[in-house]
Design a protein around this ligand. Structure first.
Ligand code: BTN
Length: 259
């Protein structure tokens, strides 16, 4: 296994988590998967200093040099896979709140469907959900992988990216500080989801969503749709209004905004 443990960092997470700090890994999601398959408890959190094979959504590479945050959390939600995907919105809100808790009061943090976090309309964080189901179809584990650009970002990303230092989120912002803040906010939001379902998550996400009511392009696996971003439905799917006024429910794809 190409993974080195990091020296024990000075960081305190709530007791719901078990922190596995690593130095260099291929992908922290892969490390978390190995742990999950070996029976690791929910709350096991792999934190890596760098990734040599960081993965993004749709098979893309995730730029993963030192100085940014890379984490993968093992979850074992007791619900169907379709509902578990809502945890991507839960995590995006938690990361948005974590960034907001460190940043100056007026910093503009928004969300891009499905699970990106933007600062000043540029991507600072992305999420990769990967899961395994048991033979009968029940969800065995869900890995929530999150990458946050703190010190650097790629210049050639499909959607414009930025990083927290560049956006003046705070000169003292670093991965440990952000991880601690995220771990607290994630517990708050996940408890809300467990108790009240997706409705409050949807409301909170929509109230800071980027591009609602605007012209967007949605890149699907084999097709590109153009229309107006109308809403998020009660499952987390994007509602796109097409030029003929019909509505299309989109469950997976990449959103780009009109220039
Ligand atoms: C995306 O926006 O495309 C999702 C990016 C997810 C990146 C994170 S970094 C930690 C975890 N390990 C990975 O290999 N990917 C996720």
């Amino acid at each position: 296994m190409n993974a080195a443990p990091a020296s024990q960092p000075d960081i305190k997470l709530p007791p719901a988590y078990r922190l596995i700090a690593m130095d260099s890994v291929g992908s922290s999601n892969d490390e978390a998967k190995i742990l999950a398959d070996a029976g690791a408890d929910e709350g096991t959190l792999v934190w890596a200093q760098e990734q040599t094979k960081g993965r993004g959504r749709q098979g893309r590479t995730w730029h993963s040099p030192r100085g940014n945050l890379y984490l993968s959390l093992v979850l074992r939600p007791d619900c169907p896979l379709a509902d578990a995907a809502q945890l991507g919105f839960v995590a995006a809100l938690a990361m948005g709140d974590a960034i907001g808790s460190i940043a100056p009061p007026m910093l503009e943090v928004t969300y891009k469907w499905p699970n990106d976090v933007l600062v000043h309309e540029r991507k600072v964080a992305g999420l990769l959900l990967e899961s395994k189901s048991a033979a009968g179809g029940a969800l065995e584990w869900l890995i929530l992988g999150i990458g946050v650009n703190i010190q650097s970002h790629p210049d050639d990303a499909r959607f414009p990216a930025t990083n927290l230092i560049f956006e003046s989120v705070g000169p003292e912002v670093n991965d440990a500080l952000l991880l601690e803040a995220f771990s607290r906010h994630f517990l708050t939001w996940v408890n809300r989801w467990t108790e009240d379902g997706f409705a409050p998550i949807r409301r909170a996400w929509l109230s800071h969503a980027h591009g609602v009511g605007e012209a967007i392009e949605v890149r699907l696996a084999k097709d590109t749709l153009r229309g107006t971003f109308r809403d998020l439905d009660e499952t987390g799917a994007l509602i796109l209004e097409l030029p003929d006024a019909s509505r299309r429910v989109v469950t997976a794809g990449d959103v780009l905004f009109a220039a």
